[in-house]
Design a protein around this ligand. Structure first.
Ligand SMILES: Nc1ncnc2c1ncn2[C@@H]1O[C@H](COP(=O)(O)OP(=O)(O)O)[C@@H](O)[C@H]1O
Ligand SMILES: [Mg+2]
Length: 251
């Protein structure tokens, strides 16, 4: 069974076809990048995958489930998580607290269970240990007591990534995770994504513009132009593809 498939997705805005029959197949535990010039339909496609927009036609299957017409919330609950879908961090909470409240099995949230203090205590310990483990992986362990408002821009991105992991995501969608981040930190973020992908078998689908930095971390590229996949495959082959060269040079 293919982990994630997009089948003939079509989307119009007004009279304009923005996605013209998109097909994708994605395996577990790899980094996929979606590239393409401005206006090629990248964000629209991610919006449709995450349940924010409905397609006019086509099908999306994730982990054996048809999620085509599921809401954002239901898609999130199947384990397909778009990072900004997670509510903004609480600026007056520490990094650790922000991780703990993002937990997928936070039974302390349930008022029915709240009176069972012993149950909550047990879960609290388990969730905190899990949070510390993920903070170690994303490289925020030294910031665990830092208020999230005092984290740098790059650390905020790592916080988003870690919180997606706390929600038990199986696949994470990111729209330009290194936008506005300096090159050293941008590499660090992609190295973290790479090691998390390998260790946790989490799949990533990432829109990225800074190809000079991002491409070396991709296992597989989908190149989009005019609402169509014009090339796909490993980064070297895709960047050499005449359609891709043409779409970037505009010749
Ligand atoms: N809500 C919308 N209403 C009308 N047109 C839209 C809307 N969202 C995007 N578009 C158009 O769809 C096309 C693709 O946009 P988008 O998916 O944002 O591309 P990308 O993310 O690749 O830059 C563009 O021509 C854009 O103007
Ligand atoms: Mg976009």
């Amino acid at each position: 069974m293919v982990f994630f498939t997009v089948n003939n997705i079509i989307k119009h805005f007004g009279g304009n076809a923005v996605l013209n029959g998109i097909n994708m197949e994605i395996d577990k535990g790899k980094i996929y990048q979606l590239i393409g010039p401005n206006g090629s339909g990248k964000t629209t496609l991610i919006n449709i995958i995450s349940g924010m927009l409905k397609p006019d036609d086509g099908k999306i299957i994730f982990d054996g489930k048809d999620i085509t017409y599921k809401s954002l919330y239901d898609t999130f609950n199947t384990g397909l998580v778009r990072t900004w879908q997670i509510p903004q961090p609480f600026v007056n909470l520490t990094t650790l607290e922000n991780f703990v409240i993002s937990s997928g099995n936070n039974s302390g949230e349930s008022f029915l269970l709240a009176p069972l203090k012993s149950k909550w205590k047990k879960d609290e310990k388990k969730i905190t240990d899990h949070a510390l483990h993920i903070m170690e992986m994303v490289g925020l362990i030294n910031q665990k007591d830092t208020l999230s408002q005092n984290l740098s821009g790059g650390q905020q991105k790592l916080l988003e990534l870690g919180r997606a992991m706390m929600s038990d995501a199986k696949m994470i969608l990111m729209d330009e995770p290194i936008a506005g981040v300096n090159p050293t930190l941008a590499h660090e973020i992609f190295e973290k994504i790479s090691s998390i992908c390998k260790r946790q078998k989490i799949t990533f689908l990432i829109i990225e513009h800074r190809l000079d930095i991002a491409l070396q971390y991709a296992d597989y590229i989908f190149a989009l132009n005019g609402g169509k996949i014009i090339a796909k495959g490993n980064p070297d082959d895709v960047m050499k593809h005449p359609n891709v060269i043409e779409s970037y040079l505009g010749v």
